[in-house]
Design a protein around this ligand. Structure first.
Ligand SMILES: NC(=O)c1ccc[n+]([C@@H]2O[C@H](COP(=O)([O-])OP(=O)(O)OC[C@H]3O[C@@H](n4cnc5c(N)ncnc54)[C@H](OP(=O)(O)O)[C@@H]3O)[C@@H](O)[C@H]2O)c1
Length: 393
């Protein structure tokens, strides 16, 4: 029986993770569940899974959950705040930590899991984008295992040589990182100015949380994934080619020196990478409908359009620059996406805010967590100022 802490259990990845756990009660148990403010769903999940711990990062929400748990006579211990999140990421009864909090808020608990030597199932790409060097060092120093949950990185992982020790040693010449192109791949650039949050969140193939859905629409998600892939696979950015693939059936590819190109395919359903990472190196069922290639019929590939999607260009520049540049890009993006979702920033201004923030905040060597968090804070402040300036125009 393997114990799993699910950080962000009330989100899209969290709910899919609990679905896979529920299918294998003899092998997996949720030992801790966490959320930010969704008391009703976390309470429901506590009733269904009876975890040892439940954490609400919001203190008032934790009190509300505690009342419900006490009234229901459930033995789950309720914790609050980031200390609670870090504690459940380190629990001795937990072997695996699903890192599925959205955004920079996931950094400290995900890092705590790596430092405790856990198997980290990494969905929270922002944590790795912000602190790549520190995070990978923590994984290696503390004997943690990093299993990617992003379907693309999970696909690349599956296509890499079994004992991976660097691209060159494995005869890998290129990683082909695929992406659907989001809901606006073929929309006229001029029409993007008036896009609404609901239009941006209507992804053609995937059902996801709102922040990652907007990132997919701007293609910043692919940019963040490029940076993520550089860290996970120790790959320089020039060895990673982004490929638009609108059907989302191939989840990414690895090209070898002998001319072989290995691809991982499957239905666009996150339970596949989740089940893969939980069971690796074994395989377990995920509950996903089998892929029918006759129904799929065709697979298309296109070059990504960096003019229509400037976030792709910005992310590649940041990947090349290194240091805290990625933390600055990530923070500016989070602030801009939040403003867009609150309808106080236009869709096409998201990349403008990020670019202006990257110009205004000087990137440094990401020497420590403090330096990274300082860059994150400075970028958030600058991005807010940029948004205010755009509003005043
Ligand atoms: N969804 C996908 O298919 C997918 C695919 C690949 C990678 N990812 C990555 O996985 C992560 C989660 O994505 P998602 O789509 O599952 O997001 P989501 O549906 O928005 O869920 C986010 C989760 O994080 C919690 N949370 C939000 N703010 C928090 C805070 N400040 N402190 C602590 N917890 C907080 C939420 O709790 P509440 O419910 O209480 O707000 C929820 O449990 C993201 O990094 C995303 O890029 C997602």
């Amino acid at each position: 029986m393997k114990g799993i802490t699910v950080l962000g259990s009330t989100g899209s990845i969290g709910v899919n993770t609990l679905d896979v756990i529920t299918q294998h009660p003899e092998h997996y148990r949720a030992v801790a569940l966490t959320a930010h403010r969704n008391v009703a769903l976390l309470f429901e999940q506590c009733i269904a899974h009876r975890p040892d711990y439940a954490v609400m990062s919001d203190e008032a929400a934790a009190e509300a959950l505690q009342q419900k748990i006490t009234a229901a006579g459930v033995a789950t211990e309720v914790l609050a705040g980031v200390e609670g999140l870090e504690k459940v990421a380190r629990l001795p009864q937990c072997e695996q930590v699903m890192a599925a909090i959205v955004g920079a808020a996931g950094l400290l608990p995900t890092l705590a899991a790596a430092r405790a030597g856990k198997r980290v199932l990494l969905a929270n790409k922002e944590a790795l984008v912000m602190s790549g060097h520190l995070f990978m060092d923590a994984v290696h120093e503390h004997g943690a295992e990093l299993l990617p949950i992003d379907s693309e990185h999970n696909a690349i992982f599956q296509c890499m040589p079994e004992r991976f020790s660097g691209l060159e040693n494995g005869g890998v010449i290129q990683i082909l990182l695929t992406g659907s192109g989001g809901p606006f791949r073929t929309v006229a650039p001029a029409a993007l100015v008036d896009v609404t949050p609901d239009q941006a969140c209507a992804h053609p193939n995937w059902v996801m949380g709102r922040k990652i859905s907007v990132d997919s629409a701007t293609m910043m998600n692919k940019g963040l994934e490029l940076i993520e892939a550089c860290w996970i696979f120790a790959a320089p950015p020039e060895k990673i080619q982004i490929v638009a693939h609108p059907q989302s059936i191939i989840h990414s590819m690895v090209e070898y020196i002998d001319g072989s190109v290995l691809a991982q395919m499957g239905s666009p359903d996150m339970r596949i990478p989740i089940a893969h990472a939980m069971a690796w190196p074994q395989r377990i069922s995920s509950g996903v409908k089998r892929l029918n290639l006759f129904d799929v019929a065709r697979l298309d590939f296109e070059r990504p359009d960096t003019t229509r999607f400037p976030c792709l260009r910005l992310a590649r520049e940041v990947a090349e620059r290194g240091g805290t540049a990625a933390a600055i890009l990530n923070a500016a993006n989070e602030v801009a996406v939040e403003a867009f979702l609150a309808e106080t920033l236009r869709f096409t201004d998201i990349s403008r805010v990020i670019e202006a923030t990257l110009e205004a905040v000087t990137a440094q060597d990401a020497a420590s967590l403090e330096v990274v968090l300082q860059a994150d804070g400075a970028a958030r402040e600058t991005a807010q100022q940029q948004i205010a300036r755009l509003k005043a125009k």
